[in-house]
Design a protein around this ligand. Structure first.
Ligand SMILES: [Mg+2]
Length: 310
């Protein structure tokens, strides 16, 4: 399969997972299967409407393309402008950081000093675009970029490391390799303070029933996405399994969709899911991206030619 199909799959897959899971956020397990209808809307979301996960991923991707590199102040400013545009949903921690009035290089760290616990999944959920963009730069640079982008809103290194793992697994998929087989080598690149805990939730014996936190936290969110990938054999099946876990359904499915899309490619993403897909961008006028615009964004990110990161 062409590398570009996998890159588009990651970005598109994340967005459809987000939209599919949105109506079930904070609901019980098994709701998607119980209701039967997919992309049905609900909980304030129209059918096919993507949430903050995809909105932030698009803003991040557009910053990378327009700046031609990772310019953290520019990414932060786009996030800040979006947060001020009254998005329908925004993570509590992300909102606190983006509306604090603090500069880009201090806001998340100051929030972490006060709140201590800051390992939400909010930097993981938006990483499809940056993972595609940095894949060509290689493992070290891609993981480093993931950490720096995560640190814009999350002061806890656990969130940085989780996002770095996701970047690396997407890079492996784009190379046509097996992301599950790459887990040991990926874990070896994780900061030593965080390696054991990620090794646990990404291990073959772990399942979401063993989670010790709500899946809005970074560890069970990433663990659940990898579990969904491991225990299914196709894109739609993996994303459905993620939504059916309940809890933070849009984000767990967005992360699962990032991985499953990168693994199975864009043709595995059902048209009945991409047809109603749309991504409003609060704070940026009336712009609404459809699936075609997301495919175009993904193609440009994958072919941008990544300069060496500093
Ligand atoms: Mg969301």
């Amino acid at each position: 399969m062409p590398r570009l199909d996998r890159a588009v799959g990651a970005v598109l897959g994340s967005a459809v997972g987000d939209a599919l899971g949105a109506p079930y956020e904070f609901g019980p397990a098994g709701e998607l299967t119980a209701r039967g209808a997919e992309m049905r809307g609900g909980g304030g979301w129209d059918p096919g409407e993507a949430t903050d996960d995809t909105q932030m991923a698009v803003l991040l991707g557009e910053s990378l393309l327009e700046c031609g590199d990772l310019e953290l102040p520019d990414v932060f400013e786009r996030f800040r402008r979006w947060a001020a545009g009254a998005p329908k949903d925004i993570g509590l921690q992300t909102e606190d950081v983006l509306t604090s009035g603090q500069p880009w290089d201090l806001a998340a760290a100051l929030h972490f000093q006060v709140n201590a616990r800051a390992a939400g999944n909010g930097s993981l959920m938006r990483a499809s675009t940056s993972a595609v963009y940095f894949a060509a730069a290689g493992r070290e640079e891609s993981m480093d970029a993931a950490r720096r982008i995560a640190a814009l809103t999350h002061g806890d290194r656990a969130a940085w490391e989780g996002t770095a793992i996701l970047h690396e697994l997407v890079r492996v998929c784009l190379d046509g390799a097996d992301p599950l087989a790459a887990l040991p080598a990926t874990l070896a690149e994780v900061h030593p303070d965080h390696r054991e805990r990620y090794g646990h939730v990404l291990g073959p014996d772990w399942h979401p029933g063993l989670a010790t936190e709500f899946n809005g936290a970074v560890w069970p969110c990433l663990g659940s996405a990898v579990w969904a990938l491991r225990t299914t054999s196709g894109f739609a099946e993996a994303v459905r399994a993620a939504v059916d876990l309940g809890g933070d359904t849009d984000t767990v499915a967005a992360v699962t969709g990032t991985l499953a899309g990168a693994l199975y490619g864009q043709d595995a993403v059902p048209a009945r899911w991409t047809d109603p897909l749309h991504v409003p961008l609060p704070g940026f006028g009336d712009r609404v991206l459809d699936a075609a615009a997301l495919r175009d964004l993904a193609r440009r990110l994958a072919t941008a030619g990544v300069p060496a990161a500093g």
